[in-house]
Design a protein around this ligand. Structure first.
Ligand code: 5RP
Length: 222
C-alpha cells in the first residue's frame, strides 16, 4: 500500500471515534484531509452524523466548508468529545511532534478542548524516541534569532522556515539534532522561553489513541 492509501485507511477509521451528532475537533495535514473527506461522505449519507466541527487551521476550514461541513469557532464550544489529528512523529507512549503544517498552536488549543485525542498516522511516523523530525516551534518574529541561539545552546540546529507565516502571523523555527528524551519536561521548558508561542512537542496533551496505518491494516495503539 502507498503512504497515501495508508493515510486514507486511518482517515476513514477515525470516523468510528466520532460519536453520532457530536461536535468534533479537526486537526491539519494530508492525513487529516483524508478524515475530512470521509466525514464529508458520511454527512452526505447522514446529515446528522456530526453537529459540526472546530477546525485547527484555515486550510482545514476551507476543505471542511467546501464539503458542506459546519465549522464552529473554538470560542463557541466549552468542550469536545474527540479531537482527530495527524503527527509528524509519535512514540509508543503517545507523545508527538507536530507542526509540519505550521498549525501547531491552534492544534494545541483545539486539542485542549477535547476529552480524547485520536492521532491518525501512517506507520512511518512511529518512532522509539522523539527527535528524528525537525522540531517545529511557532515564534513571534522579533524573537526568532534569540530562540535559534537558545536551541544552539542545547545542541540543536535551528532555522526559520522560509516563506511561511502561520495563521497567527508568526514564524516557524525548525530545529534539527535534538534528542527529546523527556518530552513533557522539554515541552514545559521551551514554552517558557520569551517569544515562543508554541513548541511542537505534544506531551502534556498527548494522543490517547493512535490509529496507525500499516500494510496489514489499521493498528490501534492506546
Ligand atoms: C500540522 C501537523 C500535522 O498533523 C503533521 O504535520 C502531519 O501532517 P501529515 O498528515 O501531512 O503528514 O502537525 O501542523
Amino acid at each position: 500500500m502507498t503512504q497515501d492509501e495508508l493515510k486514507t485507511l486511518v482517515g476513514q477509521a477515525a470516523l468510528q471515534y466520532v460519536p453520532e451528532g457530536s461536535i468534533v475537533g479537526v486537526g491539519t495535514g494530508s492525513t487529516v484531509d483524508k478524515f475530512i473527506d470521509a466525514l464529508g461522505e458520511a454527512l452526505k449519507a447522514n446529515p446528522q452524523r456530526v453537529a459540526g466541527v472546530v477546525s485547527s487551521s484555515v486550510r482545514s476550514t476551507q476543505r471542511l466548508q467546501a464539503l458542506g461541513v459546519p465549522v464552529l469557532e473554538a470560542e463557541a464550544v466549552t468542550g469536545l468529545g474527540v479531537y482527530i489529528d495527524g503527527a509528524d512523529e509519535i512514540d509508543h507512549a503517545g507523545n508527538m511532534v507536530k507542526g509540519g503544517g505550521a498549525a501547531l498552536t491552534r492544534e494545541k488549543i483545539v486539542a485542549e478542548l477535547a476529552e480524547r485525542f485520536v492521532c491518525i498516522a501512517d506507520d512511518s511516523k512511529l518512532v522509539e524516541a522523539l527527535g528524528r523530525f525537525p522540531l517545529p516551534v511557532e515564534v513571534i518574529p522579533m524573537a526568532a534569532a534569540q530562540v535559534i541561539r537558545a536551541f544552539a545552546a542545547l545542541g540543536g540546529q535551528a532555522q526559520v522556515r522560509a516563506g511561511v507565516t502561520t495563521d497567527n502571523g508568526n514564524v516557524i523555527v525548525d530545529v534539527k539534532g535534538l534528542q527529546i528524551t523527556q518530552p513533557a519536561q522539554f515541552e514545559a521548558d521551551v514554552n517558557q522561553w520569551p517569544g515562543v508561542v508554541t513548541v511542537g512537542v505534544f506531551a502534556r496533551n498527548k494522543a490517547d489513541v493512535c490509529l496507525l496505518g500499516t500494510a496489514q491494516g489499521v493498528k490501534t495503539l492506546s
